[in-house]
Design a protein around this ligand. Sequence first.
Ligand SMILES: Cc1cc2nc3c(=O)[nH]c(=O)nc-3n(C[C@H](O)[C@H](O)[C@H](O)COP(=O)(O)OP(=O)(O)OC[C@H]3O[C@@H](n4cnc5c(N)ncnc54)[C@H](O)[C@@H]3O)c2cc1C
Length: 447
Amino acid sequence: MTVDLAVIGGGMAGLVTARTAARAGARVVLLEAASTVGGLVGEHRVAGLDLDSGAESFATRGGQVAALAADLGLPVVTPRSAPARVLHSGRLHPLPATGVLGIPTELDAPGLVEVLGLEGLTRAREDSRLPVQPATAELTLAELVATRMGPAVLDALVRPIVRGVHSAEPEQIAADVLLPGIADRMVAAGSLTAALRQVRAAAPAGSAVAGIDGGVHRLPAALAADAAARGAEVRTEAPVRSLRREDGGWRLAGDGWSLTAEQVVLACPPQRWGFLDGDELAPLAAAGRAWPAPQSADLLTLVLRADALPEHERAGTLVAEPGQGAKALTYASAKWDWVAQAAGSDRVVLRLSYAGGILGTADLAEVGLRDAARLTGTGPPWPAEALDGIAHVRLHPPAPAWATSSVRGPMQQEADALDGLQLTGAWWCGTGLAAVAAHAADLAHRQ
Ligand SMILES: Cc1cc2nc3c(=O)[nH]c(=O)nc-3n(C[C@H](O)[C@H](O)[C@H](O)COP(=O)(O)OP(=O)(O)OC[C@H]3O[C@@H](n4cnc5c(N)ncnc54)[C@H](O)[C@@H]3O)c2cc1C
């Protein structure tokens, strides 16, 4: 069998690549190792409910994912607006609604003094008077926030957001990675808060995230079906075992099959590139071995009987304190109408996320009920009889962009040297469906 394009990996990146190329008329085969497509976008059944097991929303920036969903006939939904809160020094505080990465831009906002303390707020206000240093671009996010606004803003607001969303400490990330162009913006605006106010003003109106009615796990299945309808072959349980250059094309082989492709797209992370064969691919394989290892993350999804729970506010929470507990809670039934409707008025659904390795051999129900109480500020663990169902998922997201910056150059060089081979996926272009869909579509158009 000979095709124009072989895509290795059936996560969102591979699926968007395959569908876009098939729609442009290419003969495409997509090869996915697992029994279903989707990769980190998956589905599981908990207490009779079909819920997202990985990604559960997407950033609306760029508009590609919403456009893709609309094109596939999937209804895009916006989350209910519920204030995010932060657990700091054992107390829950609302996160500033006008913040960027937790950095408050309106220092008169109600509630800010409670989370920062009077001293912390006074220090934060110094930002508007401090001179702007031109070397800001080289600072870590922690250095930038601490020098401009003091340690209270860093520890109470920025750290939990960066830890929860980017799985990193602010000390590990250059300010410019999460706040692109911040040095120039500060020079122009005169302070960090003024620069971030301009960033917010320039952002499109409306919710920054959206979802799919019934769950974002509907996207991969719909993409695969549409790609197949356009003539692409989507194979699951088809791990690629060997890829090599042969007669000017690419020879791919798996368990009992082989095919030839003119072009190949690697849409799976370098840790899975054991299939790169032959001298020509040896330098790319070496660059892949130098790529930082993926992280690991644990998710607990709990379905609970509402009448057995103590009174509590139903809102998303981020945790500030380091320690052994969950780093974030998403109150799925308070966030999404479709989850609330599926669960019914007598049940609630929430999801707890943990940095990899924290859960160990703990009793998951016990841990989940304890952290649900802690993150909703309700004290003692929620009662075991409230639990209608629980599910545990361990995922391996790729290393974040800040950890890969030094290995990108060599990888790009090796890939550029190979005619007809392209790279895509969150490991390469950045985490999140918005980044992945935009990059993969662009790449497929260039085939
Ligand atoms: C816990 C968690 C929550 C998240 N939540 C969100 C969210 O709410 N919103 C958001 O936008 N993003 C979220 N993300 C990020 C988002 O899910 C990912 O960025 C995106 O799904 C990555 O897609 P991908 O195609 O690059 O990679 P993957 O989904 O990892 O796909 C790679 C695929 O390659 C396959 N593969 C590997 N080796 C082979 C081989 N030899 N042969 C064939 N196939 C192979 C794998 O089986 C896999 O299916 C979340 C991630 C995690 C971990």
